[in-house]
Design a protein around this ligand. Structure first.
Ligand SMILES: CC(=O)SCCNC(=O)CCNC(=O)[C@H](O)C(C)(C)COP(=O)(O)OP(=O)(O)OC[C@H]1O[C@@H](n2cnc3c(N)ncnc32)[C@H](O)[C@@H]1OP(=O)(O)O
Length: 264
């Protein structure tokens, strides 16, 4: 959806985060698309007032659905003329939605806890020109229609399936103090407004509160936008995936980035 910034009006942004304190397992439905997706295409550079961003946690299903839809539209490059496109996107969103609920409910083995952190803003303040964003990423909170415009997961666990394993902390006690970020995305209409950076800052706060000392993220080697985002946020290179493994998994090679957190 290519729109010029002169046609857009952007209001205060709100960031919501979902979290739970149960063991949890991450789904892997979108991982391939997620980390191989290049975000170098910026559709709109409209400025927004990030000082008005707020942060909240929720378990509401309609917001999880909106976040799932945002992930599908962010990590897939659909051709508009594809037959059955809407049905396919809905199918992917349903898979993501179910997997997201499962992670948050703590039903999978190997994961201590997951928080899904979302950025949202009131629908009344989004340009009607963004019809697709409004229709697919809408949810209601306290009688107000809102749009999820950014999302990520924070996963407290030792490793993610099919991913390079972080090496820190070297000694792991009973409590897992390692976490990974995943599913980091922002609506293309709002790229380059500092939303992803704000989501990362929130995730660091949540991680510190959980007692996380070592935060990791995987990123495809060709995803320049995401690599710059993580570097700006304080992540540094730790290791990279062997080429054979990426070939075996039929995806772009990943880097593993690390950040140390001081626990509050
Ligand atoms: C673990 C994972 O999930 S990896 C997958 C990452 N997600 C994706 O690839 C999905 C598609 N891409 C996106 O959703 C977005 O482009 C994101 C999440 C990568 C960035 O979201 P945005 O809200 O646009 O980023 P934000 O505005 O916070 O930018 C912060 C910094 O990231 C870097 N950055 C972000 N986008 C770009 C870009 N297109 N080109 C170069 N640098 C970029 C810049 O350093 C930027 O700081 P600056 O604006 O001061 O230069």
């Amino acid at each position: 959806m290519a729109l010029t910034s002169s046609l857009c009006y952007f209001p205060p942004i709100t960031i919501h985060s979902y979290s739970c304190s149960f063991p949890i397992s991450i789904f892997s439905n979108l991982r391939t698309q997620i980390q191989s997706s290049s975000s170098s295409t910026n559709i709109c550079t409209q400025n927004i007032d990030t000082s008005l961003i707020t942060i909240a946690e929720s378990f509401y299903e309609d917001e999880l659905w909106a976040a799932s839809s945002l992930r599908v539209r962010s990590f897939n490059q659909f051709r508009p003329d594809t037959f059955g496109l809407q049905d396919h996107a809905r199918y992917l969103a349903e898979r993501e939605f179910e997997a997201l609920k499962e992670r948050i409910s703590g039903k999978k083995m190997g994961f201590r806890r997951v928080s899904c952190i979302n950025a949202s803003l009131p629908m009344s303040h989004i340009s009607t020109l963004y019809a697709d964003l409004c229709s697919s990423c809408k949810f209601s909170a306290s009688g107000e229609d809102r749009i999820v415009v950014g999302s990520l997961d924070l996963n407290q666990c030792l490793n993610l399936p099919d991913e390079i394993v972080g090496m820190k902390p070297k000694v792991s006690g009973v409590d897992i103090t390692r976490a990974y970020l995943s599913n980091v995305c922002v609506a293309s209409e709002l790229h380059r407004n500092g939303l992803a950076y704000a989501l990362l800052e929130k995730s660091k706060l949540v991680a510190r509160n959980w007692g996380i000392t070592d935060l990791y993220v995987h990123v495809a080697v060709d995803n320049e936008a995401a690599k710059k985002l993580y570097m700006k946020s304080g992540f540094v290179y730790e290791s990279d995936e062997p080429a054979w493994q990426a070939r075996f998994l039929d995806r772009p090679r990943r880097l593993l980035l690390w950040m140390g957190l001081s626990v509050t």
